[in-house]
Design a protein. Structure first.
Length: 431
């Protein structure tokens, strides 16, 4: 019973993050309430599946640490952009390929990680967070194209939800603080129901039980720019997961070897691949659950396994998923400002310790962020370029990420000879 209670506590800690991604992406893509219910349900189920793949260690995959996996917020902006340009089928084609890519490089990623130091990953995460803010602001008004966009009632709900989350985060600690977003969404929805803005029909129409269905939204399609974007997202997620692995290894007094990391990456790649097949999301290690372990002192793999099994069970019950789809868009927008703001602050935090190390690092951030935001604001800038080059320039996140990787190689990985070294070379050649 105690193990079940601790497992449920971890479920609550990650639940808001797990359901927000499908709700945000589904709203942006204009899914019906039935499709949105399926998307939330399959995401909950796949979060549980991904967690089980990671904690059940075997000779092929699974790091065997108490790590909870959930859909990565890093993928939200790219998925919305890909869906808007190529359709939902291209989203899942790119996720499937990125999952296969992670599986292929899992053995070697420890060597590739040198190309993704904090200056690169911090820049990428910051760009992604900034590009998501317009989505949140649109939702605060009631959603793009809404008849009552920007109405007093919508703005009251949005800012009221945001204020409640801020106050909860400021004046509580521990577990309550860790689920402040979830509580804020609940309170905002209750307030909206008194204003007649909550439609419960989706809950009534949802079935009590369903079976999962591969390619629910149709067969995947494959677009090079979408695939490249999702591979970059996967690489950033692997870097973030590596930090979680080492944090958990330290907490559990386990020394991680290269083979352990490879199994962890392999489990994550398998989770991403299955996410694409079952029309869910890319998955990564959730850091909020690490914070909960530090708070409770309970670091048992068995507890996290119970959390995974609970998530899988809930994923087969659409009525539970349907409850989350009744959250009004304005309430969701208020919570999204906090969530996306945290993505930006995470990126800034990653940059904080390295941006002042050298003038070159400051230039990497300046040019990469400028390129990322510039292409996002003016996507037609490179319209005259050949299609092969447009793969790298048509998306702000890709353009900013590629710029960050290239400039990091130029500033931090290319040796620069000093004046004395150059003089010595000239003397040697003349001799």
């Amino acid at each position: 019973m105690k193990t079940a209670a601790l497992g449920f506590q971890h479920l609550l800690a990650m639940y808001a993050g797990a359901i927000l991604v499908p709700l945000i992406v589904g709203e942006a893509l204009g899914l019906t309430s039935e499709q949105l219910t399926y998307l939330v349900a399959i995401d909950i189920l796949m979060s549980g599946t991904a967690t089980i793949l990671q904690v059940v260690r075997n000779r092929y995959f699974g790091i065997g640490l108490p790590v909870v996996l959930g859909c990565t917020f890093t993928a939200v902006g790219p998925m919305i952009a890909i869906g808007g340009e190529f359709g939902i089928s291209a989203i899942y084609g790119s996720i499937i390929v990125s999952g296969l890519f992670v599986l292929l490089i899992s053995r070697y990623f420890g060597k590739l990680v040198r190309f993704f130091p904090p200056i690169v990953t911090g820049t990428v995460v910051t760009i992604i967070g900034i590009t998501l803010i317009p989505v949140a602001i649109n939702n605060m008004g009631g959603g793009e194209g809404a008849a009552d966009f920007g109405s007093v009632s919508n703005l009251s709900l949005a800012f009221g939800t945001l204020l409640f989350i801020i106050l909860l985060y400021r004046f509580t600690k521990g577990f309550i603080r860790s689920i402040s977003i979830l509580i804020g969404l609940t309170v905002g929805t209750i307030a909206a129901s008194f204003m007649g803005k909550v439609d419960f029909s989706a809950v009534g129409e949802a079935s009590l039980f369903h079976m999962v269905q591969p390619f629910y939204f149709g067969m995947p399609t494959f677009e090079w720019s979408a695939i490249l974007t999702m591979i970059l997202v996967a690489m950033v997620s692997l870097v973030e997961s590596t930090g979680v692995y080492f944090a958990l290894g330290d907490m559990t007094d386990k020394t991680l070897k290269e083979e352990d990391l490879s199994k962890g990456y392999r489990a994550e790649g398998l989770a991403v691949l299955l996410g694409g097949v079952f029309n869910a999301f890319p998955y990564t290690a959730f850091s909020q659950n690490v914070g909960l372990m530090q708070l409770t002192g309970v670091k048992s793999v068995r507890v996290i396994l119970v959390t995974g099994l609970m998530l899988v069970t809930l994923g087969f019950v659409p009525k539970v998923a349907a409850v989350t789809t009744i959250i009004p868009t304005a309430v969701l927008g208020g919570a999204m400002v906090a969530m996306f703001g945290m993505v930006i602050s995470q990126g800034i935090k990653m940059l904080g310790s390295v941006i002042s190390e050298s003038p070159g690092n400051a230039m990497i951030v300046a040019c990469s962020a400028g390129m990322g935001m510039g292409v996002t604001a003016v996507p037609e800038l490179f319209a005259q370029f050949p299609s092969g080059i447009q793969i790298l320039t048509s998306n702000g996140i890709v353009a900013g990420s590629v710029t960050a990787i290239a400039l990091n190689i130029v500033f931090n990985m290319t040796p620069v000879k000093t004046e004395q070294e150059r003089t010595a070379v000239v003397q040697q050649e003349s001799a």
